[in-house]
Every structure is written in C-alpha cells, then in structure tokens.
Design a protein around this ligand. Structure first.
Ligand code: ATP
Ligand code: MG
Length: 394
C-alpha cells in the first residue's frame, strides 16, 4: 500500500468552535501547495491532515518539504499504510522502518486507536508489535521513558499507519484565519522577517513598497519582488502595491529641515500604507522596525511616525538583536536576496544629522510646507500592482 504524509495540526486544535474553519482553510492551503508535486488526495481526520499520492509519479520529497513551511502544521511524518491487523503492523514496521530499527539501540512502540472496533486496545497492540520487533532486532532494547526511536502505529478508520517520529512543522496558525494586514516591505533584512512572523500568526498580507525612481533602480524593485516571491512559501500568494515615492521625497528635500527628512518621509509611508490597508480590508500595519537600530527607530521616532496611523502598527522584530533577525532571515531563505547591494529609498535622502528625539509639534510644523493631500493622491494614483504566487519547483 501507499506511503502517505501525515500533518499534525497545531494550536488550532484547541480553538473549539472555530476548528472546522481552521481545518478547512489549512486543507485548502495544503491542496494548493502539493499540487505542484503531483496528484494528491487531501483530507482531514482527527486533527491530522492526510496527504495521499494518487499516482506513481508524485514527488513525495518535494511535497513533504513544501508542507514543512505551511503555518498551522506542527509536525509531519511520512507513513506507510497497512491493513488493520496486528501482524500486518509488524510486517509493515519491519519493512518500512528497517533502516531506523537496525540503527537504534533503544525503542518503544506507541499505538493510537481511533477505530474503537479494532480488537486490541492501544496498549495491547503496542506490546504485541514491540515484542515482535524486539525479537526480530537483537540490537534493540525497549526503553519506554527515553527511547531513541518511537515506532508509531495508528489504527484509523480506513487503514492502519506506521511511522517514526514526526519532524517539526512550521507551527503557528493557518494564514488567513486572523484577517489581513498591510506590511511595509523594503529591500532590507528586517522587513521580510517581520512579514514571516506576522504571517505565522495567521495573518494574510498585502505588501507595500515605496519606490523612488530614478534614485532607486529597476533592480531594487526586482529585488523586492524576489523577496516577496520567496515569502510566498510561508505567506501564500500576495499582491505588492508599489507606490511611487519620488515626488514626495523631492518635495520633502525642497521644503523641510534636513534633520527631519527621514521622519517626514516615514510619516508619509505610514499614511500611504494605511490608505492601501483601508482599501484592501487590512486591519493593521506591519514594519520591520527594531528598537535603537537606526536614528529613525528610537521610541520618540516611532511615536511621531506612528501618530499619523490610526491602525495598530505591528513591529514583530522590535525586540530582536540584529543577529537573531539575520539568523531567522537565513532560515527562511530571504537573507541572500536582502543583502544584494541595491539602494533603498530610505538611503537616498538620508540626513547627515538625523533628529533622534523629535517631537510631534516639530514634525507637524515642518509638514505645513507640504501639500500632503495632493502628494498622497498622486502617489496613490500611480500605484503599480504586482502579484506573486507560489511557484512550481524547478
Ligand atoms: P529593513 O531591513 O527592513 O529595510 P531597516 O533596518 O533598513 O529595515 P529602515 O530602513 O529604517 O530600517 O526601515 C524600517 C522599516 O520601514 C522597514 O523594516 C520597512 O518595514 C519600512 N520601509 C523602509 N523602507 C521601505 C520601502 N522602501 N518600502 C516599504 N517599506 C519600507
Ligand atoms: Mg531598510
């Protein structure tokens, strides 16, 4: 019989009445992800999603790896189906887990019985199969407390399954169950990590990028699209709202005191992002700001930039060290793209002596020289939309 993939559902199991909704959403995501690797049947039973290949040529390794990054799944294993019979379980374990059984020194068998009509209890089945394996593999000793290998048997409604310990999944909550937020994605290291972290809490993202052609190049835009593309493995398909920012930056440079350039600019970013958020049914903004990292990321700077937005601003990396952020960026696969050397619009008009302890009154006064409404309208009218979707493997 077939090898299948079992995905163990995470926190959502706890969520009572919403569980069906969560499961349905996750099943849809799993279906979308595995279709790139062949024809699979996907269904949920008893807090586990079953992914069954329907053809010989299904790429099981590819599907397994793709599912490892799906939020809402806490553990995954490949399992072998067998008839629901105690000796069939023994034979299946011997053939399917032979390599692990031959290599381990200690083991135990853990059976779970969802089908209560099965003639043995879970304990009886574990003891029977454990005894048989103990005899068949002289290298093995039973250790029920701290075994090197746990042979897991599941007696489900439709079949029995044999598998070893699950590998860790991505955890978190299925993307979309907690609504939508607009994330400000630059080409840097921090904002892709911020996107990842918020998506992990079940949030769907609209992406916003500010683009200052010709001060920032076409390559800088391509880089952001590539980062977004890389994030789709976790976040699913997304739309990038690329907002022309040149006129605003030039106006700020013309009319505002140099030491406030960055802060005025960041207030425009927040206003425009909120406008996009409102149009796309988002309930929060997300940034990659980190406390104390640069002049515009002091508490006072966050206060004056946040003051123009009424939506909550989520800053998931705010308390992380750069090293921790980099480690995460490497793990999720965005780091190498983030360090490509293209300039970001923030770096183009950086003041020599940025104000680190600004007040709201100072900012509001500086902005009186600007036609905020007109600048916003023109920027919003020039938005370019780029869609990114999970791509087929090479
Ligand atoms: P990152 O590594 O994410 O670029 P950073 O340390 O360079 O962060 P800043 O340049 O001050 O920090 O930007 C802080 C946050 O503002 C970014 O994490 C991002 O959320 C947002 N941001 C900055 N520049 C842009 C941009 N061009 N488009 C969209 N968002 C931006
Ligand atoms: Mg940056």
């Amino acid at each position: 019989m077939e090898e299948i993939i079992l995905c163990k559902l995470g926190e959502m199991v706890l969520k009572g009445l919403n569980r069906r909704n969560f499961e349905d959403r996750l099943v849809k995501t799993v279906k979308r992800r595995v279709k790139h690797y062949g024809q699979f049947k996907v269904y949920v039973r008893q807090s586990t999603i079953y992914v069954e290949p329907q053809a010989e040529d299904c790429d099981m390794d590819g599907a397994f790896d793709a599912l490892k990054v799906v939020f809402g799944i806490v553990g995954l294993s490949r399992a072998k189906a067998c008839p629901k019979d105690k000796d069939a379980f023994v034979d299946c374990a011997k053939s399917y887990l032979d390599a692990q059984l031959s290599a381990a020194k200690t083991f135990k068998v853990e059976a779970k019985r969802a089908d209560k009509s099965f003639p043995l209890t879970s304990i009886e089945l574990s003891q029977y199969v454990g005894g048989e394996l103990d005899e068949a593999y002289p290298n093995l000793q039973v250790d029920v407390h701290n075994p090197e290998l746990t042979v897991r048997l599941e007696v489900r409604d439709y079949a029995g399954y044999v598998h070893a310990d699950p590998e860790p999944g991505a955890g978190g909550l299925p993307v979309g169950i907690n609504g939508k937020a607009a994330a400000l994605l630059s080409g840097g290291i921090d904002s892709p990590v911020a996107c990842y972290m918020i998506a992990k809490r079940g949030i769907n993202l609209e992406l916003v990028h500010f683009f200052s052609y010709p001060y920032t190049s076409e390559e800088a835009k391509e880089k952001v699209i590539q980062l977004a593309q890389e994030l789709t493995a976790y976040c699913g398909r997304m739309t990038i709202h690329i907002i022309p920012f040149t006129e605003i930056q030039e106006e700020i440079r013309r009319a505002c005191p140099e030491n406030l350039f960055t802060l005025v600019m960041r207030r425009f970013m927040m206003r425009l992002s909120q406008a996009v958020a409102e149009q796309t049914d988002c309930k929060a903004l997300v940034t990659g700001e980190c406390l104390g990292q640069v002049a515009s990321q002091t508490l006072e700077a966050m206060q004056v930039t946040g003051a123009v937005a009424s939506m909550p601003i989520l800053r998931p990396v705010v308390g992380m060290d750069k090293e921790e952020i980099i480690r995460t960026a490497r793990r999720i696969g965005t780091f190498d793209t983030s360090i490509l050397p293209y300039e970001d619009c923030c770096t183009v008009f950086t003041p020599r002596h940025p104000k680190t302890h600004p007040t709201l009154a100072e900012l509001e006064e500086a902005e009186q020289a600007l036609d905020i409404q007109g600048l916003m309208e023109r920027a919003l009218a020039g938005i370019e939309l780029v869609k990114v979707t999970v791509q087929d493997p090479d």
